[in-house]
Ligand binder design. Structure first.
Ligand code: 6PG
Length: 638
């Protein structure tokens, strides 16, 4: 910063020249001058008599100012606020080297100024005078233009940025619900931020500008709807998070960014992208020297604002650069460490988030089935079920999903419980299905996850279900046994099924880590999931401490888990059989039980499958009485 520079802040009356000029002078610690204080006596008299000045009157005044500008430049520099509406006035003022005069044009509209002036109560103002200023003003050819419709703090931020006094530390693209809240979170950590949102007439209009104006007390934020200015507002090497829908939108943003980026800039995709696409994007970007972190972010709207759980995957170098920002905005675990850790290479961050969502699907369906039994088999009101769930929460089984389910059940609309009027047709965006599809590729068994996906699919066949229900008229009987005992069993069954569902998720991660050579650290993943994310729970805390220094990740084989399962498995069996006998479907609870029964069977039914395969397809089989390297085929018809 050259202290001998003279900054001339100019624009129409009401554009904020004096306020901005003073603030800039204060920032730069140089004197401030108001051009109006340098008028000749004759001019002052004319103006006080209400006679407008003409160019002849202005000549001597501008010359006086030009002399002062030279003097200020010889001294310590200065900030001058001056209307300087016409280029010829500015030419007079520009009497020293271009390099030493910086022109700052406060650009705005007639409507904005009018609103501003009218808002100043009791202030008399001639609208015609303002209109004539807008007619007179000639846009400058040199210097910087600042959008003066923003708050003073933001205007100052723009000036600092454009004069190269300040660049943002972080960029964020996409101000949807998650993007907006992440941006607020970033700002709350005192990280200076540039935000960009596309401009779509009638749909997404001035989104970035409105966001910036809402943060009026925050000088650390700059808003853009022009991608190029957004990119150049960020300090190099740049770190930019993209919060747009997965699929095509993310590719479109990357395409548009590529020509604007420089080597070693780092992009973070914070959406729920498919991990294979993430690996492809990383490869492509690395060819251009751009780092890429495919980053799972969990916690919904509130998590984004208050601290989500963050799962970044990609190059280690990329994490070394961007990790500090992600760790700053993440939730904190019990030991106050960030719920964010480098996950592994390629698309592993998005993979881990995908499996998080798979477990989430399973847990949601477990709770839905539990609620359904209490509502219809036990004939409980939603409020009563909410109380039951609350008691489970304080019983070492707390978790975000249980908490929100208890909340949901209390919600009323007028006299009615809202849950009773919500259509029983579940949507999905894909992550549960992707977990299932990837498990199929890996040969992993994820029955609770896949069953949760299939159950959502089946729920979508609402009209057919209504017809079938009418056609079959199956009876769902009500409880006849001891209700208290049933509810105690249900709590145990829920817990056991939940442990199985988590086991399935972690096993999928273990298989993926081996297959894709990612070296995933299960204990770190569990720790990252202890807070901020949707599946945070007491159980996750337990899993996280179990996995530290463990040499197996198979949860069902930990002695502590074996004890818990032994205490709860009878309940899981009883609940499953009771529910099914009485006509209630229990897809994920029963899938969990079936998984467990198969997993704990030294002898299962697959010998028959092998025999059948060999019968019709000569697929061969191994024998228990021979070595496992030998394969046999039988001519079954003889
Ligand atoms: C999270 C959520 C979040 C999103 C789910 C919803 O971790 O914050 O999982 O990512 O709400 O993707 O998924 P469905 O729409 O498929 O249920």
């Amino acid at each position: 910063m050259n202290s001998k520079t003279v900054y001339i802040v100019f624009g129409v009356s009401g554009s904020g020249k004096t306020t901005v000029g003073k603030a800039l002078a204060k920032t730069l610690d140089i004197p401030f001058y108001d051009a109006d204080d340098f008028h000749t006596e004759a001019n002052v008299k004319k103006m006080s008599d209400g006679i407008p000045l003409n160019d002849n009157d202005r000549g001597p005044w501008l010359n006086i100012l030009a002399t002062h500008i030279r003097d200020w430049h010889q001294a310590e520099g200065a900030v001058l606020a001056c209307s300087a509406l016409k280029q010829k006035y500015r030419n007079v003022l520009q009497s020293i080297d271009d390099h030493y005069v910086k022109w700052i044009f406060l650009e705005t509209t007639y409507e904005v100024i009018l609103d501003r002036i009218e808002a100043r109560q009791g202030h008399f103002f001639k609208k015609e005078l303002l209109a004539s200023q807008f007619e007179t003003i000639e846009k400058p050819k040199r210097g910087i233009s600042i959008d003066a419709s923003y708050s003073i703090k933001n205007i100052m931020a723009q000036i600092k940025l454009k004069l190269n006094i300040q660049k943002s530390q972080f960029g964020l693209i996409g101000l949807g619900v998650m993007g907006k809240n992440l941006a607020k979170n970033i700002l709350s950590k005192k990280i200076s931020l540039s935000v960009y949102n596309r401009q779509i007439e009638g749909k997404e209009v001035d989104v970035a500008k409105h966001f910036v104006n809402e943060q009026s007390s925050n000088v650390n934020v700059l808003g853009f709807d022009d991608l190029s200015s957004f990119v150049s507002s960020i300090a190099q090497p740049r770190t930019i998070m993209i919060m747009v829908n997965s699929g095509k939108p993310i590719d479109m943003v990357i395409e548009a960014l590529l020509p604007l980026l420089s080597k070693e800039d780092c992009l973070i995709d914070g959406g729920n992208s498919y991990y294979k696409k993430t690996s492809e994007r990383e490869k492509k970007l690395l060819k251009h020297g751009i780092y890429f972190l495919g980053t799972g972010i969990s916690g919904g709207e509130e998590g984004a604002l208050k601290g989500p759980s963050i799962m970044p995957g990609g190059g280690k170098k990329a994490y070394d650069r961007a990790g500090k920002f992600l760790e700053a905005i993440a939730a904190k675990d019990k030991k106050n460490n960030p719920c964010c850790a480098y996950i592994g290479p390629e698309g592993s961050g998005h993979y881990v988030k995908m499996v998080h969502n798979g477990i989430e699907y399973g847990e949601m369906q477990l709770l839905a089935e539990t609620y359904h039994l209490l509502r219809f088999y036990c004939n409980k009101t939603p409020e009563q079920i909410s109380e039951i769930f609350e008691s489970w929460r304080s019983n070492d089984k707390d978790g975000f999903l249980l908490e929100i389910t208890a909340d949901i059940l209390r919600k009323k609309e007028g006299e009615q419980f809202l849950i009773d009027i919500i259509l029983d047709k579940a949507g999905q965006k894909g992550t549960g299905g992707w977990s299932t599809a990837d498990a199929l590729e890996l040969g992993a068994s994820v029955s609770t996850i896949s069953e949760a996906v299939m159950t959502r699919n089946l729920s979508g066949m609402k009209s057919q279900r209504v017809i079938a229900s009418d056609a079959y008229q199956l009876v769902q009987t009500r409880i006849t046994e001891n209700e208290v005992d049933f509810i105690i069993s249900l709590e145990k069954a829920f817990y056991a099924a939940s442990i199985i569902n988590h086991t399935i998720g972690f096993d999928l991660l273990t298989q993926a880590s081996q297959e894709y050579d990612w070296n995933l650290q299960m204990s770190e993943i569990a720790r990252v999931w202890t807070n901020g994310c949707i599946i945070r729970s007491d159980l996750m805390e337990r899993i996280s401490s179990l996995l530290v220094n463990a040499n197996t990740t198979s949860l069902l084989l930990f002695p502590e888990i074996i004890t818990i399962m032994k205490a709860n498995i009878v309940a899981l069996k009883n609940i499953t059989s009771t529910a099914i006998t009485n006509g209630y479907s229990l897809p994920v609870i029963s899938a969990a039980l079936n998984y467990f029964l198969t997993y704990t069977s030294a002898q299962c039914s697959a010998n028959m499958i092998q025999a059948q395969r060999d019968y019709f397809g000569a697929h061969t089989y191994q024998r228990v009485d021979k070595t496992l390297t030998e394969y046999f085929h039988t001519n079954w018809k003889n």
